[in-house]
Design a protein around this ligand. Structure first.
Ligand SMILES: [Zn+2]
Length: 186
């Protein structure tokens, strides 16, 4: 999930979760142990906003030999990640990822928690009515695809996983690349 501005309360899976960020608080973990079993050959299908989703997926390729995703053009339900754009009535909400496990949606607090569940597939959404520029669409797609790769929010303002849009965090930083390698291997 990513929002335009720094917020202290936001909506995830119907639950209100309080969050507070402080740059002085060290972040011990930037990824969570749950997610896909492997992302070495991750297939994603896309039905709209695909230019941006492809950008978002490619931004995480070629960092780790264990992480590679490519677009799947067949039946949508064959994709590990199913990506599209739609509109929202939630002010400032830019994008979201909904993981599905064998138990159903939402068992993993993927954004800021320590989810351990194994995903069967995930749905990624860009909220087009709140994305006001090309650059913003690209940046949010990178952020949301980071969640698909088990990356969670952090408090480093130059990280693409910082939970708000900013022109200083458009692509994975060295910090983000290290976090990806920590999660999946080199
Ligand atoms: Zn997020």
């Amino acid at each position: 999930m990513i929002k335009i501005k720094h917020v202290s309360i936001f909506l995830v899976f119907g639950l209100i979760i309080s969050m507070s960020f402080s740059v002085a608080t060290p972040v011990k973990s930037l990824s969570f142990t749950g997610g896909f079993y492997s992302v070495q050959n991750l297939r994603y299908s896309c039905s709209s906003m695909c230019t941006y989703w492809v950008h978002g997926a490619n931004a995480w390729n070629n960092i780790s030999t264990k992480v590679h995703s490519s677009r799947h053009y067949g039946v949508d339900s064959d994709g590990h990640a199913r990506l599209y754009g739609t509109t929202t009535t939630v002010s400032g909400l830019l994008g979201q990822v909904f993981p599905y496990t064998q138990y159903g949606v939402g068992v993993d607090p993927i954004y800021d928690g320590t989810g351990t569940g194994r995903w069967v597939f995930a749905i990624g959404v860009l909220y087009t009515n709140n994305l006001t520029s090309d650059q913003m669409r690209r940046a949010v797609a990178v952020h949301e695809f980071g969640h698909i790769l088990s990356q969670k929010h952090n408090s480093y303002t130059n990280s693409v996983m910082y939970p708000s849009y900013g022109t200083n965090r458009l692509l994975p930083s060295n910090y983000d690349k290290g976090s990806l390698i920590t999660r999946w291997g080199n």
